[in-house]
Design a protein around this ligand. Sequence first.
Ligand code: ATP
Ligand code: MG
Length: 508
Amino acid sequence: PNANLFAALRAAFPSDLDAIAVETDDGLYYSWRDLDRASAMIANLFDALGLKAGDRIAVQVEKSVEAMMLYLATLRAGYVFLPLNTAYRAGEIEYFIGNAEPAVVVCSSANADWVAPLAIAAGTQHVFTLDDDRKGTLLEVAAQCSDQHKVAQKKPDDLAAILYTSGTTGRSKGAMLTHRNLQSNAEVLKDYWGWRPGADVLIHALPIFHVHGLFVAIHGALISGSRMIWLSRFDPKRVVARLPDATVFMGVPTLYTRLLAEPTLTREICNGMRLFISGSAPLLLETFEAWRERTGHTILERYGMSETVMLTSNPYSSVQGERRGGTVGFPLPGVQLRVRNDAGEPCVAGEIGHIEVAGPNVFAGYWRMPEKTREEFTDDGYFKTGDVGQVDGLGYVTIVGRSKDLIISGGYNVYPAEIEGYINELAGVAESALIGVPHPDFGEVGVAIVTPKPGAALDGEAIVAELKGRLANFKVPKRCFVVPELPRNAMGKVQKALLREQHKSLFK
Ligand code: ATP
Ligand code: MG
């Protein structure tokens, strides 16, 4: 048997290869045969370059169906796919390419003048371009290759991809993912979320350099032989307009809040939808409730990360339980998840501690960081996620923050998510972020950064005063700043490290 993930995806293609696999929002149609042929041609191109097993193919291109074909071709030919955030500029690309030492770099032609020299300086032998309008040297050369290709033989532990983490807590790390990691997770999600081969249609509106859009969304559709409606970028109006043609949508929380701001989003337009999924960052309870109110659908929130693909999910079917807002649901089949306190003892139900996980989905380690890899695994082989949370008596997992964002104030633990929950309930507050800031007496104190709802006037001091009546003193933020927007990265994650940096001298 061949453990190559591509073989599993290919086996799930419908028997009618002329059926539509991908439809772009600007009117292009790709059949399953197109995906098969194009991935074969690009795979043949890579084979002709004489690459070695394990060679990395680094890709920084705008989102397009061809960019997905490039991913499929990399799997098919047995090399290691390494996607890079399209927002990265020279300083970042130099670091990532220097760190990854890819044999091949594919970039957009607009960036080739600065990416190519960086790649060549790092030892890359082949630089191709690929644009979002089907132009570029990659496809020009691939057009001369055969459209027949035998899928490369792979073992379960062979690397399929290196995914750099989002860099929310510090410098991005390259998570090495194997064919087994990706395939086991894709198959689990196919069952857990009730994908219906041939009957589902996914609206794909996420970037494809990240675990959410690249693995959860693309694998989900392909391994169930389902069609995708492909949006090259998220546009709330276009998403709403396409809802009647679709059954599944995946988004980060900010996409849901932007969709809610669209007056065209109604219960009727969502009639044919089967499932709305959210992840990558915490979904506010308010958004969860507003969505249910407006559309009649209950968002299914799930939790995962670059290093592990998906770990937990709220139930799909009511037989398993209800979807609970504010929680990320149950560990997926095959995932072992435990919570331990600072002393390393198992937490009881409802007790907050460090989340550790094991399973066939857990990555092979950080690329060229053996030390860091060792540090982040326990002696009995669990990966320390860096997230802090709890499991309740029924088994629902709740994330309360990241261990790096934990605030220890005068010796007491302050969990940002708890305080943010209180702040978000105050009149006029849209969102909040609680950060720890160095303090001469308490070591650290909480500082709240708050954004107002449209039209609301907020006063930081009044917010602090209100919280004093509701929370133990050590939990009350010492200061509160009102800002128009929280800084977020491409995946909608609040950049607390940046906020901490901005406020680090507040009490000095
Ligand atoms: P870095 O590891 O570089 O600091 P990152 O952890 O943000 O960045 P990713 O792997 O993209 O990089 O994100 C995984 C993290 O996203 C998880 O560890 C968790 O903190 C957060 N996350 C994902 N889904 C959810 C969710 N549903 N609710 C809350 N947090 C989530
Ligand atoms: Mg992380």
